[in-house]
Design a protein around this ligand. Structure first.
Ligand SMILES: Cc1cc2nc3c(=O)[nH]c(=O)nc-3n(C[C@H](O)[C@H](O)[C@H](O)COP(=O)(O)OP(=O)(O)OC[C@H]3O[C@@H](n4cnc5c(N)ncnc54)[C@H](O)[C@@H]3O)c2cc1C
Ligand SMILES: *[C@@H]1O[C@H](CO)[C@@H](O)[C@H](O)[C@H]1NC(C)=O
Ligand SMILES: *[C@@H]1O[C@H](CO)[C@@H](O)[C@H](O)[C@H]1NC(C)=O
Ligand SMILES: *[C@@H]1O[C@H](CO)[C@@H](O)[C@H](O)[C@H]1NC(C)=O
Ligand SMILES: *[C@@H]1O[C@H](CO)[C@@H](O)[C@H](O)[C@H]1NC(C)=O
Ligand SMILES: *[C@@H]1O[C@H](CO)[C@@H](O)[C@H](O)[C@H]1NC(C)=O
Length: 578
């Protein structure tokens, strides 16, 4: 059985190898059956084939000592490396800043697998688990290239990590060598001219985070399209996955802002990708999924003259009012979304079982009177039903001050706890309007009986971008993106939270998915069985072909990335060809 399966796969590999004219067939033939079976998998520490210390040392020497042997951040909470003070400092475990500053860190709790966190007993050993084995703290394209070549040659898993924010756990992997881009912080402000765009631009190193790009833009009287979470990386997952922003109704998706990418590809060479140069790679990187086509070292994006921004927020709790009035308010708010977005807005709100937060309405050039007018039917309902609320309205001179007010405090913004269960769907306008009662009834049921909550945002990016890109076509018809979340509870056994993940996939999401036109790959369920269709839609096959061309051996793997189904992750985390 095993041997038969091996032969079958070998034939496949040989056929592909001969088509590509590579030397894979020679390598495969020279091994006996069991080691060729293993060479279909990435090697792990402990395997005979795992690089020797000398080999790691020579990689390290070739990159000026920038190689890190990764020890999971939580090791200070476990014997024999327990350190009471250092462990206490990890009480901020779920905040992204705790994770991004360390080579090992990432926030996706399911993928952390409770193998080395501050919440398990001190006597429990710290296991490497899903944490990478080595990381290169890259400072240049040459460092990236050395890492890629080493991983290819030694048949070990490669991971790209920027901030580690990814909800699906894409920025980690068992036994991997990680390309850690966090310290690529260069920012240049440019006057840019190309057939597609003439104007100001920012050239951003791969490690630049939203708040850093915002600050640089503001200092030149400009603004750029970055995420709501100010610490998300602009160049990594955000823009490559699509990128939604407070400024999206005005300017489009993050991926609609791209002018040119600098990328180290799977063969270790540095290339440029723009609408006119390597345009297929440009198309795929701009919305076709992060961690899939190459390692980006920089991205140049459009920047716009700054100016007045109107805003509003509103908050109330369910205390002292009936559940029908509370959920009636949610339903009423939903009916106002089309008129709010048509006024040029982007808006974000969160429906919790016991409180409602309208985080922001953002309208460029909006006046306070406009915002009050848009909210009037909502405040009328709240007043009529005796709901006490807090509301704020503003019209500030620039985007920077608007961001500080609605997403602050600077620099990182509100405490964006991001160890959560995550799912999401996008609704088009007609469905969101006609199915409002049904959607809210399901939210109410899931909030009340399952304790899930629902962040959502609405905006309009229907406008065709200046250069074609791989953004999921559904975004162009989307009115509302709705997430389903639940905070990860680290104090209960891991299995209980894993069971909650299954409830999300099988109970919370399907009724919403049945009404949806897709999902945002960055804010979605990693277990979504419909991921190919929902995350990529009709772009999938074209993206797969682009990946085949630029990454013929499928070096770049991330869960639910294009082409990821050629690999399978085994129970011990080993990546093997499916
Ligand atoms: C609190 C919070 C709020 C968020 N708010 C928003 C929002 O407002 N709008 C929005 O659109 N999204 C938002 N997101 C989602 C966010 O866009 C994704 O989590 C995104 O993947 C983060 O990208 P990163 O590069 O910072 O993180 P990472 O986890 O480091 O990387 C994410 C993915 O990008 C890949 N990658 C990173 N750098 C590179 C590179 N240089 N080259 C190639 N691949 C790379 C990684 O391999 C991984 O697959 C939010 C997430 C969180 C946790
Ligand atoms: C790489 O070299 C630097 C500088 O010599 C050293 O500090 C570091 O520990 C080395 N990394 C590994 C993994 O050995
Ligand atoms: C996750 O934890 C389980 C239970 O401890 C273990 O069996 C499994 O191997 C772990 N996965 C990884 C990738 O380490
Ligand atoms: C990574 O490199 C940067 C400089 O590029 C340095 O400031 C930082 O301390 C390094 N981090 C680690 C963990 O080696
Ligand atoms: C977005 O705006 C365009 C132009 O005003 C409009 O035709 C379209 O219906 C809007 N889309 C949504 C989802 O509201
Ligand atoms: C809106 O989405 C629904 C799926 O919920 C689909 O059946 C319908 O055709 C879409 N309508 C428009 C106008 O795109």
């Amino acid at each position: 059985m095993m041997v038969g399966a091996t032969r079958h796969l070998l034939i496949g590999i040989l056929a592909v190898a001969s088509q590509l004219g590579t030397t894979t067939s020679a390598t495969v033939r020279s091994r006996d059956d069991s080691s060729s079976e293993r060479s279909r998998c990435r090697y792990l520490p402990g395997d005979n084939e795992w690089p020797s210390l000398n080999e790691w040392a020579s990689l390290n020497a070739s990159i000026s000592g920038r190689l890190i042997q990764v020890v999971p951040l939580g090791h200070v909470c476990h014997d024999p490396t327990y350190d009471a003070a250092a462990c206490a400092a990890l009480s901020s475990w779920t905040l992204p800043q705790t994770q991004w500053s360390d080579a090992s860190g990432f926030t996706a709790a399911y993928q952390q697998n409770a193998s080395c966190n501050p919440f398990t007993p001190q006597s429990t050993p710290c296991l490497q688990g899903n944490y990478v084995s080595y990381a290169i703290n890259v400072s240049s394209a040459a460092d990236v290239s050395a890492g890629i070549k080493f991983a290819q040659k030694k048949n070990i898993r490669l991971v790209i990590k920027n901030t580690g924010h990814d909800y699906l756990g894409k920025s980690t992997g068992t036994g991997a060598l990680s390309i850690w881009t966090h310290h690529l912080k260069d920012i240049k402000i440019l006057d840019y001219a190309s057939p597609a765009y003439t104007g100001r631009a920012l050239k951003l190193g791969a490690g630049v985070q939203g708040f850093e790009a915002n600050n640089a833009a503001a200092s030149a009287g400009l603004r750029i399209v970055g995420g709501e979470c100010l610490t998300v990386g602009v160049v990594g997952g955000f823009t490559q996955g699509g990128g939604q922003s407070l400024l999206s109704t005005k300017y489009g998706m993050g991926a609609d802002q791209t002018l040119e990418w600098e990328v180290v590809t799977a063969d270790g060479t540095l290339v440029k990708a723009s609408p006119t140069k390597n345009s297929d790679l440009y198309w795929g990187l701009s919305g076709g999924g992060p961690g899939t086509y190459g390692v980006v070292v920089s991205l140049t994006v459009k920047a716009f003259p700054d100016g007045v921004v109107g805003g509003a927020n509103l908050f109330f709790t369910a205390a002292g009012i009936s559940q029908d009035i509370y959920w009636g308010a949610v339903e009423l708010w939903h009916t106002l979304i089309p008129s709010v977005v048509d006024a040029g807005a982007h808006t974000t709100w969160i429906v919790q079982p016991t409180f409602f937060t309208l985080y922001e309405i953002t309208i460029t050039d909006g006046t306070e009177a406009l915002l009050r007018g848009l909210l009037k039917p909502f405040t009328d309902y709240l007043d009529a039903n005796g709901v006490q609320y807090q509301m704020g309205v503003s019209s500030l001179p620039n985007y920077h001050s608007h961001v500080d007010r609605y997403l602050g405090p600077p620099p990182y913004g509100y405490d964006a706890a991001s160890s959560l269960l995550e799912g999401g769907v996008m609704f088009n306008r007609s469905t969101f309007v006609s199915q409002n009662k049904k959607i809210v009834a399901h939210m109410r049921d899931m909030a009340t009986t399952r304790d899930f909550f629902f962040p959502a945002y609405a905006f309009n990016v229907s406008r065709t971008p200046s250069s074609p890109n791989a953004v999921l076509p559904g975004w162009r018809n989307m009115l509302v993106y709705m997430e389903s979340q639940k905070f990860w509870d680290f104090t209960v056994p891991f299995e209980e939270m894993a069971a909650q993940e299954a409830i999300m996939t099988n109970v919370v999401m399907p009724p919403l998915q049945d009404l949806a036109i897709g999902a945002y790959m960055n804010e979605a369920d990693f277990n979504n069985p419909r991921w190919k269709q929902e995350f990529y839609g009709k772009n999938y096959n074209k993206l797969r072909a682009i990946k085949k061309k630029w990454d013929p051996k499928d070096l770049f793997y991330a869960t639910t990335a294009v082409g990821s189904d050629v690999w399978k992750v085994a129970g011990d985390g080993r990546l093997c060809r499916a």
